[in-house]
Write a protein that binds this ligand. Structure first.
Ligand code: MLC
Ligand code: AMP
Length: 509
């Protein structure tokens, strides 16, 4: 029987010479392909020794490290389901994910062990390990006693490989269930479409708890047997220093904005580079053109989401249909069926603006334990409604013009106004609030909170932000807060967020 385990495909792409360097870190450590093979085998054996039920979730909130990447690969290898969590999440956020996903294993930093283990044990998790970014922690201690020989678990293409929490179009965070087949099909399409070559070297500078860093970048390098220069965090000066050793770089637009602020970024610095990919948020046309002027390279912008992995891409080569066009996200990828529909769910003519809907082997299996929500997000003929608004021109280029979902994308991270407003409204003295996204030169877009006090109460904007900081991940904290008399409403009583956005749009300009 064919093994559709994603890890089996990634493993099969390791180069013949397993002693060659697979990963080089910013602290100077080098891991060979053989090291990855052995370390994933040992960790997979550890997971298997826990006698977890089929489909068990392994929830992970740890700092970026090669060992954290090994844990992801080992989870695939052993056939369990990986659940990555942003390191910025605080206790109430982690409590929600853990109680919702009911993981059998939780792995956290040792500094968080106290509160994370409490949450995990309360949710019924039997195994809580620590893993730190200095190659220590109980997970590695235990794995060190396990065999380095391991048979990759046999999986069907539809078997779950990962759950990524996202708020999708509305409401509370939902776990998007991605299968081995979803991710492998996407990795293979991108390998081909982006012309991955022998000798490619990827600078991996993104976090590994979201689609961009965990799937697009990591799978991209592994399925091509390519070496990675592994940066524990994005540091523009360090990226610049490493560019001459690399050929491929991937980043959210903020990374390109920050690299452009480096005086040393020029044609010479990128002399060995083959490809710069951007995505996860809109790339401003100025960033696109400034990059071209400074480096001679044209950034390839692509579009995707947690529920779907990658959906569209600008062409790598003109033979794929044209040039890379700034302001567009390119063409639907091979195998992706993408259409634009109107409010009444009717297909639209070329150039008309509507909701982007997609179908293909990369589209997720549904939201974890939310069949009704899943059904709502698909059309009767099986297309997933992305919540993004766009248009397709006569050459097939897709442009995203907005979102029907109330979502702010800040530096590539998603912020859901409804969630933040809920926290603000719970603060003493608050009658109501609205969070809107406004342009920001570094993060692209940031949240601004507009808050109304209860009759007789006095509110302090700084104190509101301070209170939020103790409860929410740092990237969700509004960058500015205004206390006002009332929120603008339309005749239906709905808050007119467009007016607030307009009022504050120049605040960070
Ligand atoms: C950090 N801060 C942010 C922020 N990141 N605020 C808003 N948006 C963000 N993205 C906060 C910090 O907590 C700090 O607050 C202040 O802003 C300044 O932080 P910083 O030091 O400048 O931030 P830094 O640590 O350098 O991080 C910035 C960043 C990071 C851009 C490197 O945000 C990042 O790695 N973004 C990439 C996200 C990503 O991978 N997205 C992919 C999603 S996948 P304070 O108060 O503490 O000073 C997806 C699908 C797809 O969307 O298509 O790919
Ligand atoms: P997430 O659910 O966190 O994966 O975020 C996915 C969302 O990011 C998409 O639905 C889009 O709104 C947005 N996105 C991703 N790539 C791009 C892009 N290149 N341009 C504009 N928006 C993007």
């Amino acid at each position: 029987m064919k093994n559709n385990n994603l890890f089996a495909a990634l493993r099969a792409a390791f180069p013949k010479n397993l002693d060659a360097a697979a990963v080089e870190t910013d602290s100077g450590l080098v891991y060979s392909w053989c090291d990855l093979e052995r370390a994933t085998a040992m960790m997979a054996n550890l997971l298997e020794s826990l006698h977890l039920p089929a489909g068990a979730r392994v929830a992970v909130q740890v700092e970026k490290s090669v060992e954290a990447m090994v844990l992801y690969l080992a989870t695939l290898r052993a056939g369990y389901v990986f659940l990555p969590l942003n390191t910025a999440y605080q206790s109430s956020e982690i409590e929600y994910f853990v109680s919702n996903a009911e993981p059998a294993v939780v792995v956290c930093s040792s500094k968080n062990f106290g509160w994370v283990s409490k949450i995990a044990f309360k949710a019924g998790t039997q195994n809580v390990f620590t893993l730190d970014d200095d190659r220590t922690g109980s997970l590695l201690e235990r794995a060190a006693h396990c065999s380095d020989q391991h048979m990759v678990a046999v999986k069907q293409a539809d078997d779950l490989a990962a759950i990524l929490y996202t708020s999708g179009t509305t409401g509370r965070s939902k776990g998007a269930m991605l299968s081995h087949g979803n991710m492998l099909s996407n990795a293979l399409v991108l390998k081909d479409y982006w012309g991955w070559q022998p000798g490619d070297v990827l600078i991996h500078a993104l976090p590994i708890f979201h689609v961009h860093g965990l799937f697009v970048a990591l799978h991209g390098a592994l399925i091509n047997g390519s070496k990675m220069i592994w940066l524990s965090r994005f540091d523009p000066a360090l990226v610049l220093e490493k560019l001459p050793e690399a050929t491929v770089f991937m980043g959210v637009p903020t990374l390109y904005v920050r690299l452009l602020a480096e005086p040393g970024l020029d044609r010479h610095a990128v002399r060995n580079m083959r490809l710069f990919v951007a995505g996860s948020a809109p790339l401003l046309i100025e960033t696109f053109t400034d990059w071209q002027a400074r480096t001679g390279h044209t950034i390839l912008e692509r579009y995707g989401m947690s529920e779907t992995a990658m959906l569209t891409s600008n062409p790598y080569e003109p033979s794929q249909g044209g040039e890379r066009r700034g302001g567009t996200v390119g063409f639907a990828l091979p195998g992706v069926d993408l259409r634009v529909h109107g409010e009444d769910d009717k297909p639209l003519a070329t150039g008309e603006i509507g909701g982007i809907q997609v179908k293909g082997p990369n589209i997720f299996k549904g939201y974890w334990r939310m069949p009704e929500k899943t059904a709502e997000e698909f059309t009767s003929d099986g297309y997933f409604k992305t919540g993004d608004i766009g248009k397709i021109d006569d050459r097939g280029y897709i442009t995203i013009v907005g979102r029907s979902k109330d979502l702010i994308i800040s530096g590539g991270y998603n912020v859901y106004p409804a969630e933040i407003e809920g926290y603000i409204n719970d603060l003493p003295g608050v009658a109501e609030s609205a969070l809107v996204g406004v342009p920001h030169p570094d993060f692209g877009e940031v949240g601004v909170a507009v808050v109304v006090a209860k009759a007789g109460a006095t509110l302090d904007a700084g104190a509101i932000l301070g209170a939020l900081k103790s409860q929410l991940a740092n990237f969700k904290i509004p960058k500015q807060c205004f206390v006002v008399e009332e929120l603008p409403r339309n005749i239906m009583g709905k808050v007119q967020k467009n007016l607030l956005r307009n009022q504050h749009k120049a605040f960070f300009a």
